[in-house]
Design a protein around this ligand. Structure first.
Ligand code: 0O2
Length: 202
């Protein structure tokens, strides 16, 4: 049976996701070994669906074709690292930036500069090498690193946006934004308590 170009591209994304997850697992375990603590609560990953990729291309005014998927969609492969504390997020960013496997292409610190919606997270855009039979390909991936509190906010925000099909009334937007401010206060308080514990009880 002849394989389609789309199937071949999706296979490469699958390889990139597996390579990305393996490297993240190694980096986190090595950190835990050296520091006697794990800065990560859990890691999730996904490959963007065809429908979601087509929607993103259309929203941005690009013709829907395979070339434009690889050229303009930078998060076909995505991983999300959820950490207990804000300080852990920065620790993980440092570890990933030091990885000899990944090439860092760009970053967005939406923790220091939250989006208008209130969205807060640290994004790293990287290239993941995949070793095929005769060649090495570099596949783009996006890693989102955030605290459990930020993740709680983002997943509820995502659900509500989906429900309103992105056309959210201004008053609801304001309320969701206000909650993001509360989430930030909560994270800051937890970080302070964590600092006290680290200084006095470790
Ligand atoms: P999904 O379903 O999560 O995949 P780029 O990817 O660099 O071309 P983009 O897409 O503007 O440009 O990058 P950005 O804004 O740095 O990151 C986009 C991703 O961040 C989104 O992916 C979401 O996962 C997340 N995100 C950004 N803003 C918000 C927000 O206001 N609320 C929530 N809940 N998540 C947000 P997708 O493709 O939009 O969706």
């Amino acid at each position: 049976m002849k394989k389609t170009d789309f199937e071949q591209l999706m296979l490469k994304y699958e390889f990139a996701k597996e390579t990305l997850l393996t490297e993240l697992d190694i980096l986190i375990k090595e950190y835990e070994f050296n520091n006697d603590r794990n800065p990560v609560d859990h890691v999730k990953s996904r490959i963007k669906t065809k429908e979601s990729a087509i929607g993103k291309l259309q929203r941005r005014g690009y013709e829907v074709n395979l070339d434009n998927i690889s050229k303009h969609i930078h998060d076909m492969v995505g991983a999300r690292i959820i950490c207990p504390f804000i300080s852990d997020v920065y620790e993980i960013v440092k570890i990933i930036k030091n990885s000899k496997l990944f090439k860092i292409q760009g970053e967005d610190n939406y923790i220091a500069n939250p989006k208008e919606s209130g969205y807060s997270s640290y994004h790293l855009n990287i290239l993941v090498p995949i070793h095929l039979n005769n060649t090495v390909d570099y596949i783009e991936a996006e890693i989102q690193i955030r605290t459990m509190a930020m993740d709680f906010w983002a997943s509820l925000d995502h659900k509500m946006r989906y429900k309103y099909k992105k056309d959210i009334p201004e008053s609801i937007k304001d309320q969701i934004h206000n909650v993001s401010v509360d989430v930030k206060k909560l994270d800051d308080k937890m970080d302070k308590i964590n600092d006290i514990i680290n200084e006095n009880y470790r």
